[in-house]
Design a binder for this molecule. Structure first.
Ligand SMILES: Cc1cc2nc3c(=O)[nH]c(=O)nc-3n(C[C@H](O)[C@H](O)[C@H](O)COP(=O)(O)OP(=O)(O)OC[C@H]3O[C@@H](n4cnc5c(N)ncnc54)[C@H](O)[C@@H]3O)c2cc1C
Ligand code: SF4
Ligand code: SF4
Length: 446
């Protein structure tokens, strides 16, 4: 593997989810040289892992894969995957210095041709988080079929060092002795698009996640519904039965002061309605119930989407779920306070329960970067009304869920805005993109 040392770019984008990719593509199209850094082994963020997207029900990977591929093949964009960010400093108005560590893949990216022979040969099976933990993967693997880059990585924690992958690799790419490598990116502007993760539920054991097999997270359900999902159909994890009765528990890990997450995560009502609609298509005879406190269908066409779900027969029960326990015959029992009709505490059993988990920041800048965050931990805008992507660090912008929960439409809009801010900043430094320089020269010559 070639050593990277110090690399120069016009802009650096931290995070290769849909926000980071959109910002990078907009800047790259303007002729700026852009580095995209992601801590994962592939770009694509959460969106590439979704099934279909509300409110259009378009296939998520059909939208995300072309963006990933455009970024990977763009002459002005360079991807740095599987890198952790140690420090991001603005040294002066023209210098953002990002210190990074290239984590070892134990596979030389310059030699790997993505043939997967190592994966087929590896005898070790490990639970695959990319498939919600419902499938197994090998100890050496490519994260998923449309991952970018198509370069294998070896999971050192689970590898038995049997040597089989090295023996079958046609290019000699396996390197068990690979070490982490430090390198530096110097740019003039930066965009922080570090996205989110799902609310941790370890302080809420009464909801049964990780304890009851038939209680799953909304992201696990995205995988069950995805065309290349673990079972290619929706099955109950405990026994592989098709569920006849499915329930959603809303605000699981949102609007909950006891978890330190008092805010609304904004997308969970809509993604639960979307999944319920997809489920009623996949399992037409199943009863689907959504237990909710309020339905927040805020975007254009979203209220109609909600009304369509009701018209399809999805049941909405206004209730606060207090406890989830094991029911009879592998069912899951919900105990809830009914907030309509006569009220009171009620119990109902379902075959499968999905927790509509909330959204928390994926990255904490503390000790790494001097940008300010709000009380909720998301990156704070210094001009939330007129320029929401501007942070309090000069020339550093933010986009997507890194700045607060939002859907894909708002994420992409914000990513475009962040790219425009960054481009204006570069122009302010007297730095035009390549194409722009050529156009200006042509105009001057005319
Ligand atoms: C279950 C579920 C279903 C959803 N369904 C829909 C839907 O149908 N329609 C819709 O509009 N929205 C939906 N959403 C919301 C949608 O997923 C988000 O709006 C969108 O993915 C946000 O993209 P992002 O790029 O901001 O963040 P992410 O997708 O989280 O991307 C962030 C990227 O940054 C990287 N990163 C993080 N920290 C670092 C670091 N320190 N250094 C380097 N890289 C880093 C991550 O690896 C990741 O690749 C859903 C959300 C969930 C949870
Ligand atoms: S490491 Fe070798 S065997 Fe594995 S995908 Fe790469 S080239 Fe193929
Ligand atoms: S050396 Fe490790 S990764 Fe390679 S085949 Fe053996 S167990 Fe799998």
């Amino acid at each position: 593997m070639k050593s990277k040392g110090e690399l120069q770019f016009d802009a650096v984008v931290i995070g290769g989810g849909i926000a980071g990719l959109q910002s990078a593509l907009d800047l790259g199209d303007q002729g700026y040289k852009v580095a995209v850094v992601d801590k994962d082994a592939t770009i694509g963020g959460k969106m590439i892992r979704l099934s279909k997207v509300f409110p259009t029900l378009d296939c998520a990977s059909c939208i995300t894969t072309p963006k990933m591929s455009s970024a990977a093949h763009h002459e002005n964009i360079t991807l740095f995957t599987y890198c952790s960010m140690d420090k991001l400093d603005r040294e002066n108005p023209e210098r953002v210095v990002v210190k990074l560590t290239q984590k070892p893949r134990y596979v030389d990216p310059d030699l790997c041709i993505g043939c997967r022979k190592c994966e087929y040969g590896c005898p070790v099976y490990v639970s695959d988080p990319e498939q919600g933990g419902f499938n197994m993967r090998k100890a050496v693997y490519i994260p998923f079929s449309n991952a970018i880059p198509q370069i294998a990585l070896l999971d050192a924690e689970n590898c038995s060092l049997c040597g089989k992958c090295a023996r079958v690799c046609p290019t000699g790419a396996i390197d068990y002795f690979m070490k982490p490598e430090k390198f530096t990116i110097v740019a003039k502007t930066a965009i922080l698009a570090t996205g989110f993760e799902l609310s941790p539920m370890d302080q809420k054991p009464q909801y049964g996640l990780g304890r009851l097999q038939n209680v799953v997270s909304s992201m696990q359900m995205e995988r069950l519904l995805a065309p290349h999902g673990p079972y290619n159909r929706v099955l109950r994890p405990s026994d592989g039965k098709e569920p006849d009765s499915i329930a959603y528990v809303q605000c699981a890990g949102s609007r909950d002061k006891s978890l330190g997450i008092p805010y609304c995560s904004r997308v969970c009502c809509m993604y639960a309605i979307k999944q319920a609609m997809l489920l009623s298509g996949a399992l037409p005879l199943a009863d689907i119930t959504i237990y909710y406190m309020d339905i927040r269908a805020f975007g254009k066409g979203y209220e109609q989407f909600y009304q369509n779900a009701k018209a399809m027969g999805i049941e909405f029960v206004k209730a606060k779920v207090a406890k989830i326990t094991q029911g009879d015959e592998q069912t899951v029992k919900l105990r809830y306070e009914d907030q309509e009709g006569d009220g009171g505490v009620m119990e109902r059993e379902h075959d499968l329960v999905i927790l509509s988990l909330g959204i928390v920041p994926q990255w904490d800048p503390e000790g790494i970067c001097n940008v300010s965050c709000g009380q909720d931990g998301f990156i704070q805008s210094s001009m939330p009304k007129i320029a929401p992507t501007v942070t309090d660090l000069e020339g550093v912008y933010t986009a997507g869920v890194a700045a607060g929960p939002k859907d894909i439409v708002d994420t992409i809009t914000e990513a475009g805005a962040a790219a425009m801010e960054a481009s204006n900043y570069l122009k302010g430094l007297g730095q035009a993109g390549q194409g722009q320089e050529e156009t200006a020269e042509a105009e001057a010559g005319a």
